[in-house]
Design a protein. Structure first.
Length: 407
């Protein structure tokens, strides 16, 4: 597996022939990872390399236990072609999903199968905190108990909220590191390539590679957690912008003299269309005597969270349904702006608040009917994500694959 982990410095010492062969190996592995089993002819056509060259490389990868024959494809008139795909244990990647209140992590194999339990740890992010050592120790424990060979782990992908510059590996919102970036700090500990990205962009990458955005060119993925984030697939590429901060949808100013946002400005969309907005509306309503099953949560001393409110709505609680509708309508106003600016073919809603499904989608559609141009609105489909709670871990793994095999 050394051809996957050779450093740029080592690559520079190779001859042109050796370098081309190594890079072709990486491209074949990347193609099979994202597209599944393929024939030598299909690989040759996609990578624009001759069939004899591809066949030679495939045989070397079979000898190295990276790929294997996986049955036969459909005949186009002659013999049925042999299909090649990655071995289950060809390599492993550690995905780490850091959120405001907890950190989840899991190890996945080369077939995108989670081979360890998805472990969750109560690590709270605060401005200027530095939980790197704590996260690293949990990760080491997970690797040691997984039973995999340490040299079969090829990289680590990390997603987190905040203003993240993936090129420098820096988060300008969280982590107090004076002389190093987050990616470099983790890399020095793990002795492996480490890549970081904003959580909303990682979810967009997951949808593009494994979800409903696959095979689309212009899709917006909106993440509705405690905060409001967005990732954009534009012309088939994840849009990062000049400094890596593209997609700060939640911080569009929408309400004049509105509520103070976490970013320091007043009236951002996030203050009226997010999980935190949903909880605030619930508390405000309950404090004025609104009749709701959520009163029982407060009386029992339990913390009110978006999931609790959504569960109440799904059980017919009219107060919960009404505040989800308010959040959905405000979100719809923001989405109307996006549709008219970007004309996307698809918008995917993900995150805990998106689990409200029709209670959220209906008011969004009402807002779009009111605020967007019909011709544009009717050409954009809005759906709920199907990737589930581990979408960000999947996206973090995809980021490692793209970075290691792209170079």
């Amino acid at each position: 597996m050394d051809f996957l982990t050779k450093s740029e410095k080592v690559l520079e010492q190779l001859s042109n022939v050796e370098k081309k062969k190594l890079l072709l190996k990486r491209r074949i592995v990347r193609y099979l990872y994202f597209h599944g089993s393929k024939s030598a002819a299909e690989i040759s056509k996609k990578l624009k390399s001759s069939i004899p060259t591809i066949t030679t490389i495939i045989n070397e990868l079979i000898t190295a236990n990276v790929i294997t024959e996986q049955g036969q494809g459909i005949s186009s008139g002659g013999r049925r072609p042999i299909l090649y795909g990655l071995q289950n244990n060809a390599f492993y990647i550690l995905g780490i999903d850091i959120s405001r209140l907890s950190t989840k992590m899991a190890i996945l194999n080369s077939k995108l199968e989670i081979i360890t339990p998805v472990e969750s740890y109560s690590i709270k992010l605060k401005n200027y905190s530095n939980p790197i050592d704590e996260i690293y120790q949990h990760a080491i424990n997970l690797i040691e108990t997984s039973g995999i060979k340490p040299n079969s782990l090829i990289g680590i992908g990390i997603d987190m909220p905040g203003l993240v510059d993936s090129k420098s590996g820096t988060n300008y919102t969280y982590f107090n590191l004076k002389n190093s970036s987050i990616a470099l700090s983790f890399q020095e500990k793990f002795k492996l390539p480490v890549f970081i990205e904003n959580d909303a962009k990682i979810r967009a990458l997951a949808e593009y590679r494994y979800g409903q955005a696959k095979n689309t060119k212009n899709t917006l993925i909106i993440h509705l957690g405690w905060n409001l984030g967005m990732g954009m697939i534009i012309h088939g590429k994840l849009l990062r912008g000049h400094s890596g901060f593209a997609g700060e949808f939640g911080h569009i100013p929408m309400i004049e003299n509105g509520i103070l946002c976490n970013c320091g400005k007043q009236g951002c969309l996030e203050t009226v269309a997010s999980g935190s907005a949903l909880v605030r509306l619930a508390k405000e309503g309950l404090s004025t005597g609104k009749n709701s099953t959520l009163n029982n949560i407060i009386e029992n001393g339990e913390e009110l969270i978006p999931k609790t409110i959504i569960n109440a709505a799904n059980n017919g609680d009219q107060f919960a349904i009404s505040i989800i509708s308010k959040v959905g309508f405000e979100l719809g106003k923001g989405i109307a702006i996006l549709i008219q600016l970007l004309n996307p073919e698809l918008i995917i809603l993900g995150g805990r608040v998106a689990e409200a499904n029709q209670y959220l989608l209906t008011p969004i559609e009402q807002a779009l009917n009111h605020y967007s141009i019909p011709k544009l609105r009717n050409q954009t489909k809005i759906v709920i994500s199907k990737l589930g709670v581990n979408a960000n871990i999947l996206g973090s793994v995809a980021m490692v694959i793209e970075n290691i095999f792209e170079k």
